[in-house]
Design a protein around this ligand. Structure first.
Ligand code: SF4
Ligand code: SF4
Length: 56
């Protein structure tokens, strides 16, 4: 399991990228992408997304 991005609602703002302590999120094609092997499911990114596009 890893944080999941709803690519239908993600606007690529990058807020989640800077929130991740493990640098597990990057912006690819103007959408956030989670490196599932790196994500520790800490939940930090979930709360910062203005569009509630991230779930665990
Ligand atoms: S914070 Fe939300 S809208 Fe912004 S890039 Fe991350 S997932 Fe997308
Ligand atoms: S749940 Fe934590 S480790 Fe995983 S992508 Fe979000 S901030 Fe990074």
């Amino acid at each position: 399991m890893a944080a999941k991005i709803d690519k239908n609602t993600c606007v690529g703002c990058g807020e989640c990228v800077s929130s991740c302590p493990l640098d597990a999120i990057s912006i690819e094609g103007e959408k956030a992408a989670v490196d599932e092997g790196t994500c520790a499911e800490c939940g930090a990114c979930v709360d910062v997304c203005p569009n509630k596009s991230i779930s665990l």
